[in-house]
Ligand binder design. Structure first.
Ligand SMILES: Cc1ncc(COP(=O)(O)O)c(C=O)c1O
Length: 366
């Protein structure tokens, strides 16, 4: 067995050692007061990284996709309209999940590799004022583009349209301000910039989103991902049994968040910015291109085109087989001609950049 990989793909990232060590603790029952105490501390720690005072803040069982489905299922009733910003794979995913849930989907598009224009999203809301939700991916993992979220919330707060933000790759990597930006619903995942293994999806809902969910006239179609039932389980006293949540993953997330908050959330954002910048300034010297425009380029996920004539698949496989380094292949329009390099969480270090660049130089020279 091998397995000692340097994970520099689009996620999972290398978890913090504390998060790995926590996986060995004895299993607790899902209603054990000690477990619920850990959940309560996780909720507090998540509030600190989401920058929110939202009461409904909890880790949904499942990966980032569970967070996406929980928010869409809990906030949309069948037949309602959602406006979705689409400039990559995960915007498409939001459309598909909403469509399967019976929603009417209005798409606002920008080409892959460019950012959505907030003015376009707000214009779509004015044209579709009955929309229940407007959803945007903050950090498009398929392209390395950061979408501007901050201008949306204050406008949408004047309307009946809730702002839903996908922060799967954003949370802990780049600035995200749930309360200050007036985000109504936000979901993430543990395995990227939070530095824990995959398995939980942090979610937070504003009081306005909770009111909307509690005022539904139709039941939430998913029992497992019903955020109202999850609130009654994780955050109520006494807790109301809902499912057998994993204390193992909870301990691990608790430890990963502890590490993030010990460093300081702003300092963690700065570290990601600095380390991503190091990589992005070195790549062009090796003949690699940067896909995302500088103003909206994510530091934690870089989509880079390879020098002319190189087979990205062959080179990527050799990086893994010979150097134990994982990077991701391009998606969609960038499939076959780009890599996606993640520098997230515990892997957002100078050492990762130096190790990767050294290996790439050797492969190019060979
Ligand atoms: C922006 C974004 N949204 C949603 C997801 C889905 O998350 P998961 O793969 O953890 O289910 C991902 C996964 O990479 C993502 O990058």
């Amino acid at each position: 067995m091998h397995g000692d990989r340097l994970l520099l793909g689009p996620g999972p990232s290398v978890p913090y050692p504390e998060a790995v060590e926590a996986l060995t603790r004895p299993v607790l029952g899902h209603l054990d007061p000690e477990y619920l105490g850990v959940i309560s501390e996780i909720a507090d720690r998540l509030r600190a990284v989401f920058r929110t005072g939202n009461a409904l803040t909890l880790p949904v069982s499942g990966t980032g996709s569970a967070g996406m489905e929980a928010c869409l299922a809990s906030l949309l009733e069948p037949g309602e309209t959602i406006i979705v910003g689409v400039n990559g794979y995960f915007g498409e995913r939001l459309c598909e999940v909403a469509r399967r849930g019976g929603a009417q989907v209005v798409r606002v598009e920008a080409p892959w590799g460019t950012a959505l224009d907030p003015a376009d999203l707000l214009a779509a809301q004015r044209a579709t004022a009955q929309a229940a939700v407007l959803a945007v991916v903050a950090a498009e993992t398929s392209t390395g583009v950061r979408n501007d979220i901050a201008p949306l919330g204050p406008e949408l707060a004047q309307t009946d349209t809730l702002l839903l933000v996908d922060a799967v790759t954003a949370l802990g990597g780049t600035r995200l301000e749930v309360d200050a930006w007036r985000i109504d619903a936000c979901y993430s995942a543990t395995q990227k910039c939070l530095g824990a293994p995959p398995g939980l999806a942090p979610v937070t809902l504003s009081p306005r989103a909770v009111d909307r969910m509690r005022a539904r006239t139709t039941p939430i179609r998913s029992f497992y991902l019903d955020l109202g039932l999850l609130q009654d389980y994780f955050l109520s006293s006494p807790p109301k049994y809902h499912h057998t949540a994993s204390s193992t993953l909870a301990y691990s997330l608790h430890a990963g968040l502890g590490r993030v908050l010990e460093e300081g959330i702003e300092q963690v954002w700065e570290r990601h910015a600095r380390i991503g910048g190091l990589l992005q300034s070195a790549l062009p010297e090796l003949g690699f291109g940067l896909v995302a425009p500088e103003r909206n380029r994510l530091p934690q996920l870089t989509t880079t085109t390879l020098p002319e004539g190189l087979d990205e698949g062959v080179l990527r496989k050799r990086l893994l087989a010979e150097y134990d380094i994982e990077v991701g292949g391009g998606l969609g329009e960038f499939a076959g001609r780009a890599w996606r390099i993640g520098l997230m969480g515990h892997a957002a270090t100078e050492r990762s950049v130096v190790t990767l660049l050294g290996a790439v130089r050797e492969l190019l020279a060979a």
